[in-house]
Ligand binder design. Structure first.
Ligand code: PEP
Length: 256
């Protein structure tokens, strides 16, 4: 059985006190559910506190939103895998479309970041997803597959098994437009088949594939009920306990 995950991506939101308050509300209400995990992807200032707060709840893990590909050096403003693991951060979001767009992160760079994260003992949440024009032109499957091939399919099987994939169509991120459950399922199936083709069936079946793009309490259950959708990476709705907790709840209700 693969792990099902509700992951929040706080992006550049939540000052110190706000972050503590939100994390506290989520951690205290997140009840153990076998086979499911909640991950909070927070800004750097929160990471150490969040690891300590979550420590009391093994269902909640903490993710950074980026890491550098090098171990150390003259890279002003960056953060290394070793720094993150030194405070107990286990997960790192890589290749979010905002980082690809605003920070020019290429598939080639992301493959190095994935290597660094895995070498350092972290588990990457690797994001992929197409822009609207690409979908309208009908080559979204090829585009997303290429992101996987260039970004993570170079990994050996044992390392690949540490990766969580997040399919996030760019046209659905922060727009209020969600992919239909059928659209999400179709892409997740395609991704799983691509993993089976590159590795094998068992690896494909074990890989957690999250959907991201305007997941909300009102649509989470239907999305998560799709056979190849193993949870969500959630932006806006993860910034309030009232909207994130029902999404966590939807995860355990949507599948046997
Ligand atoms: C995201 O940033 O990963 C995301 C999916 O955002 P939102 O849920 O706000 O669309």
């Amino acid at each position: 059985m693969r792990l099902r995950i509700a992951a929040g991506n706080w992006k550049m939101n939540m000052d110190y006190d706000e972050g503590r308050e939100l994390a506290h509300a989520i951690i205290k209400e997140t009840k153990p559910q076998p086979g499911t995990l909640t991950i909070l992807g927070t800004p750097y200032i929160h990471l150490k506190d969040m690891v300590e707060m979550a420590g009391r709840n093994s269902e909640v893990k903490i993710a950074a939103q980026n890491c550098h590909q090098e171990a150390s050096g003259a890279f002003t403003g960056e953060i290394s895998v070793g720094m993150l693991t030194s405070i107990g951060v286990e997960y790192v979001i890589l290749g979010h479309s905002e980082r690809r767009q605003y920070f020019r992160e290429s598939n080639e760079l992301l493959s190095k970041k994935a290597d660094a994260a895995i070498k350092g003992g972290m588990k990457p949440i690797f994001c992929c997803g197409e822009a609207l024009e690409i979908r309208n032109e009908g080559w979204h499957e090829r585009y997303v597959k290429n992101q996987l091939v260039k970004g993570i399919f170079h990994l050996e099987k044992d390392d690949f098994l540490k990766v969580i994939i997040a399919y996030e169509p760019i046209w659905a991120i922060g727009t209020g437009v969600t992919a239909s459950p059928e659209q999400a399922q179709e892409m997740h199936r395609m991704i799983r088949l691509a993993i089976a083709e590159r590795y094998d069936e068992a690896t494909a079946e074990q890989t957690t594939i999250l959907y991201g793009g305007s997941v909300k309490p009102g649509n989470a259950r239907e999305l998560f009920a799709q056979p190849d959708v193993d949870g969500g990476l959630v932006g806006g709705a993860s910034l309030k306990a009232e909207s994130f907790l029902p999404i966590i709840e939807a995860l355990s209700q949507s599948r046997v």
